[in-house]
Ligand binder design. Structure first.
Ligand SMILES: [Zn+2]
Length: 450
């Protein structure tokens, strides 16, 4: 890689003294360490030697909540009706067909799809640890290693959120599908997770699958592990009212209160979904600095409900966004859904600005994944960015000064023309440079599971 790569952005969304704004004709220099060394306005055409990025350049999108193998369910779970719980049965069938090689192929294709959608970092909430029946692989982290390698092949960053998943429900031993998820107890989970190390493109975090899946007295062990490593800690929270009811029956408190009492909440923690919360739950999350990761396209797909994201943000929780089950992979759809769902719920408009929604998908999303040095176009930040076309059938018309509003409320993943990660061009003119036919890769990886 040359010492410095210079990108010329036709328009770029830059942090400002008052608020971020779209600036015309900006040079973005990426140094050999993969960080931005300078962001400079430069009027006139693209200079010789610079890489031209036509359209609007944004910070890279952070997909803060992913289960890569759920991508194989797309379409298949839209036949008939069913519930969250029947959806989960189908998901377990797909999981049963995966081994490290198949997961490497599938996740490589899925992460390449993410790259094409403008995503530069993914938070993989990973619990499919073991072989069928719970048999350990020769490398007990073979599945996690496959995900880390997949992200490298797809050219994006990953935070592997190694997930503790021990029980089928409150006080219930794991059943057949869940044997692959369980390490036995939280100490054994921690011992296995200890062997995972950060690399250039990958950071290791922890996750509590849910209060259903980790017994209360073992939550502290996971929280302690993350605290010692200063690692991100994620947890599924109150996606379904059934979880709240079972938690109240087992412990006499809400899931949020249980997590708070066992040290799980805090500024390095992200609570995923947080759909059905009491007033006290909301204050516990915001007061502890816990990020709330909303996954609107999955939450609508699974008929979960609309979480109180606006209220949580107003109380002080940072918000991040994830595509979770990958019913679709489109960070712009996730962002606008936050506002549009709120409009339907309240029958009023204007809850979030486009800038606030872009911040959730970029800077706050990266912070939620333990990459606080990414998510903004500024000197010193990681040189991770994406460029959307402003002349597609979806985005043409509004002036570039409305670029943020156009990106959030009109653009789709199909409008992403370029992706740069660590200064390296990963997607150019809409083509993935490492996985040339992503559609074909998805077909092959998914059909291998049938
Ligand atoms: Zn999830």
């Amino acid at each position: 890689m040359p010492a410095v790569v210079t990108y010329w952005a036709e328009h770029a969304w830059l942090p400002g003294a008052d608020a971020p704004a779209v600036a015309p004709e900006v040079l973005i220099e990426a140094g050999p360490d993969g960080r931005i060394t300078a962001v400079t306005p430069r009027s006139g055409p693209c200079p010789a030697g610079a890489v031209r990025l036509a359209g609007l350049t944004l910070p890279g999108q952070a997909n803060a909540h992913s289960h890569a193998f759920h991508r194989a369910l797309r379409g298949a779970v839209q036949v008939g009706s069913g519930t969250f719980w029947t959806w989960r049965d189908t998901m377990y069938q797909v999981a049963a067909a995966l081994d490290p090689d198949r997961y490497l192929a599938l996740a490589t294709a899925v992460y390449a799809e993410m790259a094409l959608a403008g995503i530069t970092a993914v938070g993989e909430f990973h619990y499919l640890h073991h072989a069928p029946g719970g048999v350990r692989y020769a490398d007990p982290n073979a599945m996690g290693a496959a995900l880390v390698e997949a992200a490298a092949r797809a050219g994006i960053r990953i935070t592997l959120l190694d997930t503790c998943y021990l029980s089928a429900g409150f006080g219930a031993a794991p059943t057949e599908p869940q044997l692959r998820f369980s390490d036995g107890d939280a100490d054994a989970w921690a011992a296995r997770a200890d062997a995972l190390k950060d690399t250039g493109h990958a950071r290791i975090g922890a996750a509590v699958h849910s209060v259903r899946a980790v017994p209360a007295e073992q939550l502290d062990t996971v929280a302690h592990w993350a605290a010692v490593r200063r690692a991100p800690l994620h947890v599924h929270l109150s996606e379904q009212t059934a979880e709240n009811e079972a938690c109240l029956a087992a412990h006499g408190v809400t899931p949020t209160r249980l997590l708070a009492d066992h040290g799980v909440l805090g500024p390095r923690t992200s609570a995923v979904h947080a759909t059905h919360l009491t007033e006290e739950d909301q204050r516990l999350l915001a007061g502890s600095g816990t990020t709330v990761c909303m996954c609107p396209t999955t939450e609508r797909d699974l008929a979960d409900g609309i979480g109180p994201a606006r209220r949580l943000a107003s109380l002080g929780s940072p918000i991040s966004l994830g595509s979770d089950s990958h019913a679709v992979i489109d960070p712009f759809e996730e962002a606008r859904a936050l506002e549009l769902d709120e409009r339907l719920r309240t029958r009023t408009r204007g809850h979030w600005t486009a800038a606030e929604l872009l911040r959730a998908g970029t800077e706050d999303g990266h912070a939620s994944l333990g990459w606080p040095e990414a998510g903004r176009l500024a000197a010193g930040a990681l040189a991770d960015f994406c460029t959307i076309a402003l002349d597609s059938v979806r985005t043409a018309g509004p002036g570039p000064e409305l670029g943020a509003e156009t990106a959030v409320f009109a653009a789709s993943a199909a409008d992403v023309r370029h992706l740069v990660v660590g200064g390296r061009h990963v997607v150019a003119d809409g083509v993935h440079l490492g996985v040339p036919d992503v559609g074909r890769a998805l077909v092959e990886a998914i059909s291998a599971l049938r």
